[in-house]
Design a protein around this ligand. Structure first.
Ligand code: ZN
Length: 215
């Protein structure tokens, strides 16, 4: 457990270590459901975690399938304080360009869910950061994430985008990509449909992020 939500629910992380013969690489961290109405992203990362139980990744990997369990249970984008957690990060542009529904919080990183994620990133020194959102189909990058975005796009068949087309002050990408220049990816995945197309699309792209070869 890496922290608790506003309503006291646990926020869980799973950790996978590479085999001892693997070349050391900077840790990867993947997270989903920072927006509670994107529960499919939690399912995707739980499936990836299931595969990593069977076969370890090629680099140190942390997965937080659900950053915002209060929102998932309530079916809301925001957390239980009605804060959009993806506007709550401590980037220099936090709190600018306010829009209805995108409440950034009273102060940067004042929400327990944001604090839990930020704390984990700092503690493990994660360098490759994958935020999974829904429900477009695209691979967005920030910081030094462009080469990885290209590799992922090749595997999932979604377009690579750099600019989301609207300002996102206080977003995860603003803090860790634009300011800290880490390898930041926002993967936008579709809903799982009856034929499970979304998982089929994204599986090898997600495996690539953690240096797990496609089988
Ligand atoms: Zn989202």
């Amino acid at each position: 457990m890496i922290g608790q939500t506003v309503l006291g629910r646990p926020i869980e992380a799973v950790h996978f270590t590479p085999p001892s013969y693997a070349t050391p690489k900077p840790p990867a961290l993947l997270f989903g459901a920072i927006h509670g109405d994107e529960a499919v992203t939690q399912l995707m990362l739980e499936r990836l975690a299931d595969e990593l139980v069977e076969r370890p990744p090629g680099r140190d990997t942390w997965i937080v399938p659900c950053v915002n369990p209060d929102g998932v249970i309530a079916g809301t984008r925001n957390n239980a304080n009605d804060v959009d957690l993806n506007r709550n990060f401590g980037a220099q542009n936090w709190g600018t360009a306010r829009r209805p529904g995108y409440n950034p919080g009273t102060a940067a990183e004042d929400q327990p869910e944001t604090q839990a994620l930020v704390g984990l990133i700092e503690r493990v020194g994660a360098h490759r950061l994958i935020a999974v959102h829904a429900t477009y189909r695209m691979v967005n990058w920030d910081g030094c994430g462009e080469p990885l975005a290209q590799e992922m796009a090749e595997r999932c068949g979604y377009p690579v985008e750099h600019d989301m087309g609207y300002p996102t002050p206080g977003s995860f990408g603003a803090k860790y990509g634009v300011e800290r220049r880490l390898e930041v990816i926002t993967l936008e995945v579709p809903y799982l449909t009856v034929d499970e197309r979304g998982w089929t699309d994204c599986r090898s792209a997600l495996r690539w992020c953690v240096d797990l070869p496609s089988d």
